[in-house]
Design a protein around this ligand. Sequence first.
Ligand code: GRF
Length: 200
Amino acid sequence: MASCTGSLLESMIEDGLPISLVLVDKPCKALGIAEQAGVSTEFIDRCDFGWRAKVGDDWDREGFTQTVSSTLQSTGIDLVAMAGFMTVLHPVIFTGFPGHILNIHPALLPLFKGDHAVADALAAYKRGEVTETGTTIHIATERLDDERWIIRQVPVPIYDTDDKETLHERIKEEERQLYPAVLRDILNGVINLSEIKERS
Ligand code: GRF
């Protein structure tokens, strides 16, 4: 599931991972990348459910999430990878969809949760509080950017010359290696998601 430029999706496609469906919530580059690669796509427009920029919670998040959930189920998908999917789903996704949902967050959770992870890490660096940030792949739950079930993390140094764009791009370079490798390890049984969840 994606909403952005789709460079992580592209790395998964290039890796040859078996992708049944790319689901997007708005028109985005990720949709074009999937179409060009011949991968099935679903565009479930969150605006059809009342979503507007800066609308807060005054939209049908649950209805949107239920549509996402039934689409995933009808496609027979058993593992979902969120790669820059920018809508926070309603908790019904975790009851409606029986498989695991993974997320990648551009920071070392539990640090810098939320939408501004890269900017927040940069600001903390400038205050002398951190020297690095990074990326985290974790099992998504009803808690936003939940750090309980981390699958893998990779640190990324922050430099004086960094701005938000250069830092995010360096994080994404790591993510494009890490995410396909983790998905492949799950497919090959090297990573067992149920065992990770039992570790709580
Ligand atoms: C990545 O940095 C990911 O961690 C975050 O969104 C970004 C997606 O990048 N959740 P792209 O759209 O795949 O280039």
